[in-house]
Design a protein around this ligand. Structure first.
Ligand SMILES: O=P(O)(O)OC[C@@H](O)[C@@H](O)c1c[nH]c2ccccc12
Length: 268
């Protein structure tokens, strides 16, 4: 069994437990009481120029512990001040050491959109994301059927959330588009082997129409990576480890952007 299937299985168990504490019906009821409308994730990324999405990730299966000290609210504020268009907040507890409350607190402390980064395997998780205040959810093609991607995307939409559909190869990009995805992320890291290849998103970019927001994810380390992606019509980049490990987030983003804030139009 590969790591992705393992995480998906563990997530199913976790969600079953959570449902026992609060049923889907109760959760739906709580959401109806909610007044806050989260900022648009799609809108933030569709802006002209390269958009930067920064990730809050304490640990990962491929890298182990990345940030022993994890002041997530402070980090989120730094990302926002540095010009990030959006933030991905890991909530998966067992492999990424995330937590729902990280997301909940971050949402209350920044005004840019936040995506709940988790392994969505049940509609319940989309309602949870809404309750936590997220602007978007992640749907990973490799652990879902096309019909599920479509259904989950529609549920998200009904709740006013965007869905980022993550794909890794031709077949999955096709699946994402068939399921009606408006935001497609291509992971440069093969979650089955952990290998990173930037050409992956460049190669797949042309499969998606121009109005689909296209995100290149993982393994992005410097300006050269970003420049090539930008020249190949990638709308946004998702950066985790490089930023988590840098002390000055503003300076790190400026370097990624080629030493300036203008060249690729980092939105500040
Ligand atoms: O830390 P990196 O190499 O910059 O990667 C970030 C992000 O792309 C990666 O964390 C990621 C991409 N897709 C995911 C799905 C689940 C968990 C994590 C991920």
């Amino acid at each position: 069994m590969n790591i992705l299937d393992e995480i998906a299985g563990r997530t199913r168990e976790r969600i079953q437990e959570e449902k026992r504490k609060q049923s889907l019906l109760d959760l739906k009821y709580r959401i109806r009481e909610q007044e806050r409308q989260a900022p648009s994730f799609y809108g933030a990324l569709a802006a002209p120029g390269m958009s930067y999405i920064c990730e809050l990730k304490k640990a990962s299966p491929s890298k182990g512990l990345i940030a022993p000290d994890y002041p997530y609210v402070e980090l989120a504020r730094e990302y926002e001040a540095a010009g990030a268009s959006a933030i991905f907040c890991l909530t998966e507890p067992y492999y990424f050491q995330g937590a729902d409350r990280y997301l909940q607190e971050v949402v209350q402390n920044v005004s840019i959109p936040i995506l709940r980064k988790d392994f969505t395997v049940d509609e319940y998780m989309i309602y949870q994301a809404k309750e936590l205040g997220a602007s978007a959810v992640l749907l990973i093609c490799a652990i879902l059927e096309e019909a599920q991607v479509r259904e989950y995307r529609q549920i998200a939409e009904e709740l006013g959330l965007d869905a980022l559909v993550e794909a890794h190869d031709e077949r999955e990009v096709e699946m994402a588009l068939n399921a009606g995805a408006r935001i497609v992320g291509v992971n440069n890291r093969d979650l089955r082997t952990f290998e990173v290849n930037m050409q992956n998103s460049i190669r797949l970019r042309n499969m998606a129409p121009r109005d689909v927001v296209f995100i290149s994810e993982s393994g992005i380390k410097g300006f050269e990576d970003i420049r090539v992606l930008y020249e190949n019509d990638v709308d946004a980049v998702l950066i985790g480890e490089t930023l988590m490990r840098s002390h000055d987030k503003g300076e790190a983003l400026r370097q990624l952007n080629g030493g300036t804030l203008e060249q690729l139009r980092l939105a500040v």
